[in-house]
Design a binder for this molecule. Sequence first.
Ligand SMILES: [Mg+2]
Length: 118
Amino acid sequence: MDIKDIQKMQKEFDLEYFPKFWELSSVQDFMDSLKHVAIGLAGEVGEFSNLVKKLDRRIMNLGGGIEEEYMDRLRDEVTDIFIYVLIAANLLEMNLDDAFLKKLKYNRERFQEFRDND
Ligand SMILES: [Mg+2]
């Protein structure tokens, strides 16, 4: 399964459970859906960041390691972020495969000096 398939599965899910999101008959409809995605994504990034903050505070004050349960919670938030990224990509009619490969190429050139200095 590649990202294209995953994007398609997410769109099918959204069409089934949240059809109003995909009723895009005006610019305002599109903007409403885009705002929904932006707020959802920011919320999930916030949840992830809050977990990191709490983990950092606990380790700073009490020491110790990171329990597997905490790692699972972090992974769960990363999954939520990924889902919103898929929804955003679908809304913007972008292919994440192509976008990722293009950006990776750009970043290889951009960060070449760091690689050369190792
Ligand atoms: Mg979450």
